[in-house]
Design a protein. Sequence first.
Length: 200
Amino acid sequence: MKFVIKQLALVCLLLLSRVATAQVSVFACEPEWAALAQEIGGKHVSASSATTALQDVHHIQARPSLIAKLRKADLLVCTGAGLETGWLPVLQRRANNPAVQTGATGYLEATQYVKLLDRPTRVDRAAGDVHAQGNPHIQLHPRNYPPIAQAMAGRLAEIDPQNAGDYEAGLADFLRRWASAMDGWQVQAQPLQHMTVRAC
C-alpha cells in the first residue's frame, strides 16, 4: 500500500511540474515576431521562426520540420498582407492544427494593427511583384511595433489566461524600453534631416 501511495505521489509531482513549466508555443513567420513574443511572454513563451533574417520571406519551402512545429503551436504570428501567401497556406493545411488557422484565436496577422503604405490603385502582371493590400514590410518602421505588441500580449493572455498579468507586465516593460530606444534613434538621426537621398 505504501508503494502505491508513493507512486501516486510521484505521478502527481510530475504532473504539477509539467503544468508549472508549460509554455505557449509561438510559431512566427519572421524572426522579428518570434523575438517580440519572447520579449512579452518571457518564461511563459517558447518562440521559433520559420525564416531567418538572411532569407527571402516571399519564397520559403514548406519543409516537414516547419509543418511539425506549426502542428504543435498555440499561436501563429505572421506579417500578413500577402507576404507569406506563397507558402503559409500550405503549412497551415499540412499542419492540420485548428488553433492556428486563419481567423482562429491562435492566428495573428501583424499588418491588421498598423496602417499599410503604398497601396496600389491598379494591380496587374506588368507591374511585377506588387502587394495588392499595401507594402507588408512593416517591420522597417519602429512606430509599428507598439500596436502589434499590444495585440500580441492580448492574444497571449487569451490563450493563456492564467499568466495574463505577466503578459501585461511584459508588454509594459517592452513599451517602456522601446520608447526609450526610439528617443535615442531620433537623436542619432537628426544629422540626416533634410538630406537628399538618390537612388542608385
